[in-house]
Design a protein around this ligand. Structure first.
Ligand SMILES: [Zn+2]
Ligand SMILES: [Zn+2]
Length: 122
């Protein structure tokens, strides 16, 4: 098995799989995309019709608190920055007004409080 190279982004809280990556830029873990593999280890199988969206919009990020199980339709809608900017709470219910962390390059929006909690769990 290819060794996974993962770096942590201390500013945005991402866990970025630098290599291996697939053609679309997703991090790979064995034969599976790394974010899906990481999710399944904790939450189990992903239901049919559901997708794992990246709140940070970085395809090679596998930080669990940046992943969101959503319908395909919602995943597409969430790619719109305008929609993200209107969010009142993060998926865990933190107020986005005070916890919003914007990742400008990708247009992602993550929650500062979730980032903090993930850091403390390590
Ligand atoms: Zn991320
Ligand atoms: Zn949060």
């Amino acid at each position: 098995m290819t060794k996974l190279v993962v770096t942590r982004d201390p500013v945005f809280g991402c866990e970025l799989v630098e290599s291996p990556r697939d053609r679309d830029g997703y991090g790979m873990d064995g034969r599976e995309r790394a974010h899906r593999a990481a999710w399944k280890r904790v939450h189990g199988e992903i239901a049919a019709g559901m997708e794992l969206g990246h709140r940070c919009r970085r395809r090679n990020c596998r930080a669990l608190h940046h992943l969101e199980l959503v319908t395909r339709q919602k995943n597409e809608q969430d790619k719109a920055w305008k929609r993200r900017a209107r969010e009142v709470t993060c998926p865990r219910g933190h107020a986005m007004a005070t916890n919003r962390v914007v990742i400008p390059e990708t247009g992602g929006v993550v929650c500062r409080k979730c980032n903090q909690e993930a850091k403390e769990m390590r």
